[in-house]
Design a protein around this ligand. Structure first.
Ligand code: ZN
Length: 219
């Protein structure tokens, strides 16, 4: 029985399908080192580092959202709830069950700059999407967020709720790697909500060498 949690592949033609018993895989390809992971909500191949490896085949980054997008009515409720919480931050979970998206508000201790769990026995991995608000501040992932977001999940942050409503979305791979993705495969959003993924003046640098143009680094 294969009990490896992390596997390593060399891209030499076809790449083995992802073994869902794994947490994630590394793939060394002609054009760089990639990480691959999958759960019930998505599959992702994301570039970790560009490098030339002669003799291997080239692969591309990819992201596939396997669930229907969060409908606009729920996205609107999220922004309304976050506004009602101003000036505090707010944390919300989204779960897809029985063909429906369910929005829940975990017990939390809120402040304008942080959120703390109130419940010690809260199962922190029991969600498909975790979203939090930065209130009046911009939608970016802070160093604290990087430390807190340790699951295999989609993470979103919203901000400037009254000034210029905005969202930033990323895939977290057990805190080892974050891949920034556009919001649109995941959320249906009201026009006028800014997706920070496309904001070239934001904190993210966009990669030029991939079909998906994912930004990889946070300054
Ligand atoms: Zn945050």
């Amino acid at each position: 029985m294969d009990i490896k949690l992390i596997d390593h592949h060399m891209a030499k033609g076809s790449i083995y399908p992802f073994n869902t018993n794994h947490l994630y895989d590394y793939i060394l390809a002609n054009n760089g080192l990639f990480i691959r992971a999958e759960n019930r909500a998505f599959s992702i191949v994301s570039l970790l580092k560009t490098c030339d490896v002669v003799g291997l085949v080239e692969i591309q980054e990819s992201f596939k959202f396997k669930l229907p997008p969060v409908p606009m009515a729920i996205s609107n409720t999220i922004f309304q709830k976050a506004k009602l919480s101003l000036p505090d931050e707010l944390l919300l979970h989204l779960n897809y069950n029985k063909n429906t998206w369910n929005l829940t508000e975990p017990l939390q201790q809120q402040s304008p700059t942080s959120i703390k769990w109130k419940s010690a026995d809260f199962d922190e991995f029991d969600f498909d999407i975790e979203l939090h608000s930065h209130g009046h501040l911009i939608a970016y992932f802070s160093a604290t967020d990087n430390k807190d977001e340790t699951g295999l999940a989609i993470y979103a942050v919203i901000g400037q709720l009254e000034e210029m409503p905005q969202i930033s979305v990323r895939v977290g791979i057990y805190g080892q790697h974050f891949a920034y993705i556009p919001a649109d495969p995941v959320f249906e959003l009201e026009e006028g909500i800014k997706d920070k993924f496309y904001d070239t003046t934001s904190y993210f640098i966009r990669s030029n060498n991939s079909a998906y143009s994912y930004p990889h680094r946070e300054l």
